[in-house]
Design a protein around this ligand. Structure first.
Ligand code: F6P
Length: 365
């Protein structure tokens, strides 16, 4: 017999099982840290799913700064219904760190109370989620959603923003290959990635780069240059090299400026790509050019993968709150969305394993 929903005696069912009164009536949602494609689909999912539990949503603007300075606006589903394909975040973001002083933390706690927030959903990377973990320790009902184009958040197989960023880099590699081939040049592409080489590795693998430099594996410039000379010797008169912005190269020093509230240096100022290009040209004699893709990777409409992942995570975060589970980050593990303890992240990064890099080296030939 087919399952017939019409046959369920709704009034009787509601007498036997009254709808549970949600412990949370209003949640606040914010986006913190560097933006990335997928934030808007995640916001939409949180608002949409929360409303099914009868939970209202207040959008906190400008990341944690919005809770320090009380910047907010109510969000109905109608406000977010059409933001699915939009890049960036409608709420704005910042790298404000309220953990830097107790006064800011007190302002956050006061504003959570004043805004009538029973829970907070923080969508962010390691920095934003570290604040969420600290708030949990202070008794705030908090759930985290991982986002970062760097893909370095532990305990989740992927974070949204990464797939879109890599897609943009692969397109850049293909364009660089065209012009590199025409001019018989080595084309160096510098991509983002603060601590890890996921973006560089995935972009280089998918784009067929001739070398990929990542911070997890020490760069041997002699090895790279010998390889490029070997290619040239075999008649391939051009090459594409992808490097992460955080690679260490002997002779290259960070300028140490532009630190944000979480103490992070502005890595683009290190100039890894241009430095590497100059070194390659000096050592090989091949004409070399550098391109820094930078924030182009962080804009634009999210890919299908990022839209779906952000939506699943947003729904799962609202589900946790609707079911009274807090202090968790929702994570993707083996294609399931699972809760993990926010406290388990503890400032760690998911690094590229050596065997994955060695697999990629198969194609440096
Ligand atoms: O963490 C994400 C990220 O895009 C890093 O890859 C990059 O180093 C950093 O943010 C850039 O930050 P900002 O937008 O503040 O310059």
């Amino acid at each position: 017999m087919e399952h017939d929903l019409q046959a369920v005696p709704r009034s009787a069912a509601s007498v036997i099982r009254p709808a549970p009164v949600p412990k949370v009536r209003t949640l606040g949602v914010l986006t913190g840290g560097g933006d990335c494609p997928g934030l808007n689909p995640a916001i939409r999912a949180v608002v949409g799913r929360a409303s099914q539990y009868g939970i209202g949503t207040i959008g906190i603007e400008e990341g944690w700064r919005g809770l320090v300075e009380r910047l907010s606006r109510p969000l109905q589903y109608a406000d977010v219904e059409e933001i699915l394909p939009l890049g960036g975040t409608i709420l704005g973001t910042s790298r404000t760190n309220p953990l830097k002083d107790e006064q800011s933390m007190q302002a956050v706690l006061r504003n959570i109370a004043d805004l009538g927030l029973d829970a907070v959903v923080a969508i962010g990377g390691d920095d934003t989620l570290s604040v969420a973990a600290a708030l949990t320790a202070r008794g705030i009902k908090t759930v985290g959603i991982p986002k970062t184009m760097d893909n370095d958040i532990p305990l989740t197989d992927y974070s949204f923003g990464f797939d879109t960023a890599v897609t943009i880099s692969v397109e850049a590699i293909e364009r660089l290959r065209d012009t590199g081939r025409s001019h018989r040049r080595v084309m160096v592409l510098e991509v983002m990635g603060r601590y890890t080489g996921w973006v560089a590795l995935w972009s280089g693998l998918a784009g067929g780069a001739d070398w990929i430099a990542i911070p997890e594996v020490p760069l041997d410039l002699d090895e790279v240059c010998e390889h490029l000379k070997g290619l040239h010797g075999r008649g391939k008169r051009y090459a594409v090299v992808v490097t992460s912005e955080s690679v260490d190269i002997p002779g290259l020093t960070g300028d140490g400026t532009g630190k944000d509230e979480f103490g992070h240096e502005e890595l683009q100022k290190r100039g890894v790509g241009p430095f590497l290009a100059d070194e390659i040209q000096r050592r090989t004699g091949f004409e070399t050019r550098a391109t820094v893709i930078g924030h182009v990777q962080r804009g634009g409409s999210p890919t299908v993968f990022d839209r779906i992942l952000a939506t699943r995570l947003g729904v799962a975060a609202a589900d946790l709150i609707g079911q009274g589970v807090y202090g968790k980050m929702v994570a993707l593990q083996k294609n399931e969305i699972v809760p993990v303890d926010l406290s388990a992240l503890a400032g760690q990064q998911k690094r590229v394993p050596r065997d994955l890099y060695d697999m990629a080296k198969t194609f440096f030939r």
